[in-house]
Design a binder for this molecule. Sequence first.
Ligand SMILES: Cc1cc2nc3c(=O)[nH]c(=O)nc-3n(C[C@H](O)[C@H](O)[C@H](O)COP(=O)(O)OP(=O)(O)OC[C@H]3O[C@@H](n4cnc5c(N)ncnc54)[C@H](O)[C@@H]3O)c2cc1C
Length: 453
Amino acid sequence: MKALTIIGGGLAGSEAAWQAAERGVHVRLYEMRPQVETGAHTSPDLAELVCSNSLGSNLPDRAPGVLKNELRRLGSLLMRCADQTAVPAGGALAVDREKFSRRVTAALEAHPRVEIVRKEATAIPDGPAVIASGPLTSARLSDAIAELTGREHLYFFDAIAPIVTLDSINFDIAFRGSRYGRGEQMAGDYINCPLNREEYYAFVEALRTAERIELKSFELQLEQGVKAGAHTFFEGCLPVEVLAQRGVDTLAFGPLRPVGLADPRTGRRPYAVVQLRQDDLAGTLYNLVGFQTNLKFPEQRRVFRMIPGLENAEFARYGQMHRNTFIFSPALLRPTLQFRGRDALFFAGQITGVEGYAGNIATGLLAGWNAARLLSGQQPLTLPRETMLGALCYYVTHASAADFQPMKANFGILPSLDEKVKRGRRGKRQRMLAYANRATASLDRFMQLVAEK
Ligand SMILES: Cc1cc2nc3c(=O)[nH]c(=O)nc-3n(C[C@H](O)[C@H](O)[C@H](O)COP(=O)(O)OP(=O)(O)OC[C@H]3O[C@@H](n4cnc5c(N)ncnc54)[C@H](O)[C@@H]3O)c2cc1C
């Protein structure tokens, strides 16, 4: 069997290496640390957790919990190491970060088919390869990736706006409509939350004074505006709180401008309007347009719930702006994580547009598994969309160009439950459980089919 090159010994690359090696492939894993630093990692260990030591909820009926159970079911090395090094964290899976990455490093160092090369990779390998160099991919490799993908398809910052669930929006206040009635849907493409003068100024003041996540030295550019996506809107993309800081009326003339909209309750134009747009692939999720932000998550909850109509908003994802190297996967990758036009080249981890530790481990797992299948003459696998991993891979390879931004595990990206199940499961807990059970059953069926073949 041929050898596989993996670039990046982080979460995705380490998992990919293990999966491929366990299936008989000789793996050459390139990790540039400690010779070349990323600015965020602090050790030479593989699979270092760069920030929080929590991998998110471990509860079986929560989206991150579903993903973790899929990883366990699929034999993930990193999930095993995480379980073995867990520290008390309520319903979440938090780990002793040093023990965790040392365990992963030791397992890979001891594997007879894994060769770890401590060197920066500066080119895309010609042969079979997985690129898992992460959000802080080195500059020279970024150049090589840009050459492969086209410069317009490689981004260096994300600009994630918060997403709320449709059923948590208060339609006694919010209304559907598009500016000047130009939407594609009868009722309008947007959900609009109107603010009067007092509400607007109170909101701007709260935004300006809310606590922010501290920027790292390699992220200071965010204060000036960065290119953070395919859409021209993102050319000079700034956090919403920075816009608010520039002047009290900046937002009222920017993303909150009310022109072309009338509040059906009064028949008049509101002082300002927050618009929410449906995520293309997930009909129950709406993102706050222009609200990319670096506020701390509890602050986002507090401040964005001041928006009339969002008093009880449930956040499926909080906003953030990060230094983040990622490719425009909808045009470049298949759900198998293969690069279109080069079957033996895979991408995995944050660079695909999947967000979060567990999601990055999971895409590494699939890329390593699929690379091994390809090298042994089998077809790479596409996981069912009902599974969380299948849904993540589908999302990043099918999301719309207009607002493609990294996505983490959540129930909104799964196909809807069928109406009968929905009606029978009224409560939110019940619905989450139904999604989780369906994902488990779907993965079981899939694994059985793969085993039979
Ligand atoms: C500052 C920061 C904080 C984050 N905090 C969190 C958090 O708290 N929770 C969360 O869920 N997610 C967080 N993320 C997002 C993401 O989940 C992590 O970055 C995650 O580690 C990504 O996994 P990965 O395998 O794609 O990349 P990484 O784990 O970063 O692995 C990539 C590896 O590739 C190596 N590398 C890069 N270029 C080369 C090259 N040319 N040659 C050889 N090796 C190379 C790097 O040294 C690194 O070890 C954060 C991201 C950043 C940037």
